[in-house]
Design a protein around this ligand. Structure first.
Ligand SMILES: CC(C)(COP(=O)(O)OP(=O)(O)OC[C@H]1O[C@@H](n2cnc3c(N)ncnc32)[C@H](O)[C@@H]1OP(=O)(O)O)[C@@H](O)C(=O)NCCC(=O)NCCS
Length: 163
């Protein structure tokens, strides 16, 4: 499994991975219908293409030569000091084998000027919260609008120093 920058050719596979990982992770929290609606919107090819083109961002995939096993997407604010980790998803069959840790390490290395990295995570997503705590993140607050303005989805905010 090696980590590389994503290209337009990867977006179909990334979209499929996100759909699979979202249903596996969030169906028990939000229900499958709401998950299907959110993922159809947030993970459409148009949304993923916009992500690829956003300045100061890094869109990574973990590739084993045959399939995409995981993805990460992060972007820095205008000052370059604060990075937001927007997405980190590993194919359910590949979870617990180090892929998420490798992707997260590459995200850290991709923003050498940054001082801190922040993310939003569902409090009920205990595996992800434990993963981030093991990676040095601490609880830094809460949001009422996880992922998008006006999403109405509450989440924990976690943060880790980079510099
Ligand atoms: C969370 C996620 C990205 C972690 O990636 P992963 O490849 O499964 O995790 P890794 O195998 O790299 O784990 C690295 C370390 O994190 C910790 N960890 C990972 N999963 C954990 C869990 N469920 N419970 C406790 N600790 C965990 C462990 O310390 C682990 O180190 P170890 O293998 O030496 O014990 C992945 O499981 C995933 O995609 N989950 C579903 C989607 C999701 O919740 N994404 C985050 C959205 S905010």
């Amino acid at each position: 499994m090696f980590v590389r920058t994503a290209s337009k050719r990867d977006l179909d596979a990334v979209r499929a991975l996100l759909g699979e990982a979202w249903h596996a992770t969030y169906d028990p929290i939000y229900g499958p219908e709401r998950v299907a609606a959110i993922t159809a919107d947030w993970h459409s090819l148009a949304s993923l293409r916009e992500q690829l083109e956003r300045p100061r961002s890094e869109f990574l995939v973990a590739d084993d030569g045959e399939a995409i096993g995981g993805m990460a997407y992060a972007s820095a604010d205008e000052s370059g000091r604060t990075v937001m980790l927007h997405q980190l998803y590993v194919r359910p069959a590949m979870q617990g084998r180090g892929v998420g840790g490798i992707l997260l390490g590459e995200v850290f290395d991709s923003f050498p000027e940054a001082e801190r990295i922040r993310l939003e995570v569902q409090e009920a997503n205990l595996g992800a919260v434990a993963f981030y705590e093991a990676a040095g993140f601490v609880r830094a607050g809460r949001t009422s609008n996880c992922g998008r303005d006006q999403s109405g989805i509450p989440a924990l905010v976690m943060e880790r120093r980079l510099a």
